[in-house]
Design a protein around this ligand. Structure first.
Ligand SMILES: Cc1cc2nc3c(=O)[nH]c(=O)nc-3n(C[C@H](O)[C@H](O)[C@H](O)COP(=O)(O)OP(=O)(O)OC[C@H]3O[C@@H](n4cnc5c(N)ncnc54)[C@H](O)[C@@H]3O)c2cc1C
Length: 569
């Protein structure tokens, strides 16, 4: 569909949404909730930020008598009231807090982690930030610091809204929420420009998303931008903005319950230093991550074996926000049995290590082969660009005997391995012959490995040229487990192999929100006073995920939640 077509339809729908607001006094989301997959291919829903009208529930909050939370202990301290409480202090939460503050609201941020571990999963990232751009002029809005030299020597290409939309549709098998995806895409660049106003800076992702061809860099995979300084840089910049705005953050203060009275959310019960406290607010924004760090929930919802996965990031995302919202009637939504999980060093610690960040990941498998304990390949390593396979291959590694695999490369491609292969904390073996390598691959059937490599080498389509910047079509012939692109014989020593297991990044299931980031109940009506953003929003990702979209989603819906919460007061 042409871009103009999308915009025209968006305008029509905006008119319709605005009429609904005027007629009913609330944005009625009931009719927009469930659409068939086919509709997702055609519908673009407008962003209704400007049309955000205070819900009756939030407006009437101030006219109602205060009561006490049903579940709160009687000895809970009752503290001061705020306009907005934000639960969590990762990217989504901090964007929500800043946006609410811009609306003039008084804001309190509650963070369960101590100060030293602040920033949630967002801090562990490399800062990859997926946004739509039609060309370099669009990128200059986000990165005005680009130098003449960079502009002259880089082929950024473009990543249009239509391409982003097609990726989200294809990768989620046409299940992603048709209300939320267009907003995510439409706001992806605008939110980055807005984050700049709060001190966040962006850079070209040369290290991870570009290859040098002659004297030029060529970007691939639609992902050209990262936050300067990665996750730590992002959190540092947002925290400085929070401080500059005088927004209060309480660390080691985890929300445990929502205060609900007469069907409206009016604050949270929190625990700090072993004491429970009722903190009142006009509205609450939940941005406390998914349930990836909760082994029991992982097993319950993702399935058997998921208790054995390593957690790539924070140990504090245990599903608290989701649990609290479900307890007041929120609708569970999205791919509750799905998650983002990658190939991760087998000897990495159980939870993320901020010193190492995301470097336990091992993402260069498209240029080699992956082998399990039986000495067999088990997945098409070159099915697509790494961006479009890495988030689902962790699960496939988890399903292998012993929950591990070895990634094997020869000297022809080791120069293409990403920086994460060269860290000190890596599980690696090196050998001058395949036989020596077979002996060194711990827990692997070496005899079968050698046979398998022979079969694989014989199947490589040598006549097709190898090109890592495109899907080169250099695959294998006749193998039960094919390799579709970037296939090379393993024949040039020294050989290197890296041992990986499954590292879970975040869970896909969560809460259902509307276009204004209001949490919907099981009757698809907004729960007055409750908003959500970030990982705990369900419905965006199913089965898989296009790299760099988690931060974009947190920023876009965090900002919307903050604006809606602030405007609703
Ligand atoms: C190693 C790694 C690398 C990644 N790389 C990228 C990347 O490059 N690009 C990308 O787009 N995405 C990446 N992701 C995914 C990305 O981190 C997440 O999608 C995104 O950061 C989630 O943001 P969030 O604000 O929802 O959650 P978080 O940043 O995790 O914040 C949630 C916060 O809530 C707090 N919390 C939890 N429970 C409570 C409670 N009861 N009360 C108060 N606070 C609570 C937590 O302590 C945490 O600080 C990566 C993730 C990991 C782990």
């Amino acid at each position: 569909m042409a871009a103009e077509g999308l915009t025209g339809l968006a305008d029509l729908l905006l008119d319709r949404a605005t009429q609904i607001v005027w007629q009913l006094g609330v944005v009625n989301t009931g009719d927009t909730g469930h659409r068939e997959a086919s509709a997702f291919r055609h519908i673009v829903v407008p962003l209704t930020l400007q049309a955000s009208t205070p819900s009756r529930g939030v407006q009437s909050h101030y006219n109602r008598r205060r009561g006490s939370h049903r579940g709160a202990r009687e000895d809970a301290i009752v503290s001061a009231s705020y306009d907005v409480i934000v639960v969590g202090a990762g990217n989504a939460a901090l964007c929500a807090a800043l946006a609410a503050r811009e609306q003039g609201a008084s804001v309190l941020v509650l963070e369960r982690a101590p100060h030293a571990e602040r920033g949630g999963n967002s801090r562990y990232t490399a800062g990859a930030f997926r946004l739509a751009f039609d060309g370099v002029d669009d990128l200059l809005e986000v990165m005005p610091e680009l130098t003449e030299h960079e502009l002259a020597t880089t082929d950024f290409g473009s990543y249009t809204a239509d391409q982003f939309f097609a990726d989200m549709a294809r990768i989620t098998q046409y299940r992603a929420d048709p209300d939320l995806v267009p907003i995510l895409i439409d706001q992806s660049r605008a939110v980055a420009v807005w984050m700049r106003t709060h001190g966040v800076r962006f850079s070209p992702s040369y290290g991870r998303q570009a290859f040098r061809i002659g004297d030029r860099f060529r970007f691939w995979g639609g992902l050209a931008v990262e936050v300067t300084g990665g996750g730590p840089g992002l959190i540092e910049a947002l925290m400085q903005a929070i401080e500059a705005e005088g927004i209060e953050i309480r660390y080691e203060c985890g929300a445990t319950d929502l205060i609900e009275e007469d069907g409206e959310v009016r604050g949270v019960v929190a625990r700090q230093n072993g004491r429970r406290e009722e903190i009142r607010a006009g509205v609450v924004v939940l941005a406390s991550g998914g349930f990836e760090a909760n082994a029991e929930w992982r097993t319950r919802y993702l399935g058997a074996g998921w208790d054995l996965a390593k957690v790539r990031g924070t140990r504090f995302n245990t599903g608290d926000g989701i649990r609290m919202a479900l307890a007041v009637g929120a609708m569970p939504w999205g791919n509750w049995s799905g998650s983002h999980a990658v190939a991760w060093d087998r000897n990495a610690p159980d939870f993320g290590d901020l010193r190492v960040g995301d470097n336990f990941q091992k993402h260069s498998y498209p240029f080699g082969i992956m082998v399990n304990a039986n000495g067999e390949r088990f997945v098409d390593e070159g099915a697509d660009f790494r961006n479009y396979t890495y988030a689902k291959y962790g699960q496939i590694v988890l399903q292998q005997p012993g929950q591990f695999a070895w990634q094997v490369f020869d000297a022809k491609v080791t120069h293409l391995l990403r920086d994460e292969y060269r860290i000190r904390e890596v599980t690696k073996v090196r050998a001058d012959t395949l036989e020596e390598l077979a002996n060194k691959l711990e827990d692997v059937n070496g005899a079968r490995f050698l046979e398998m490599v022979e079969e694989y080498n014989a199947a490589v389509q040598d006549d097709v040229p190898f090109d890592p910047t495109v899907k080169d079509g250099r695959g294998t012939n006749g193998l039960t487990v094919p390799k579709s692109n970037w296939a090379n014989r393993l024949d040039t020593p020294p050989y290197e192999a890296y041992e990986v297991t499954c590292g879970i990044t975040f869970t896909f299931g969560g809460l259902r929100i509307d276009r204004n980031a209001r949490v919907l109940d099981t009757a698809m009506q907004p729960i007055p006073g409750l908003y959500a953003a970030g990982e705990l929003v369900g419905g965006l990702f199913y089965f898989n995920y296009p790299g760099g979209t988690g931060l974009t989603s947190g920023s876009v819906f965090g900002r919307i939640a903050g604006i809606s919460a602030g405007q609703g007061l």
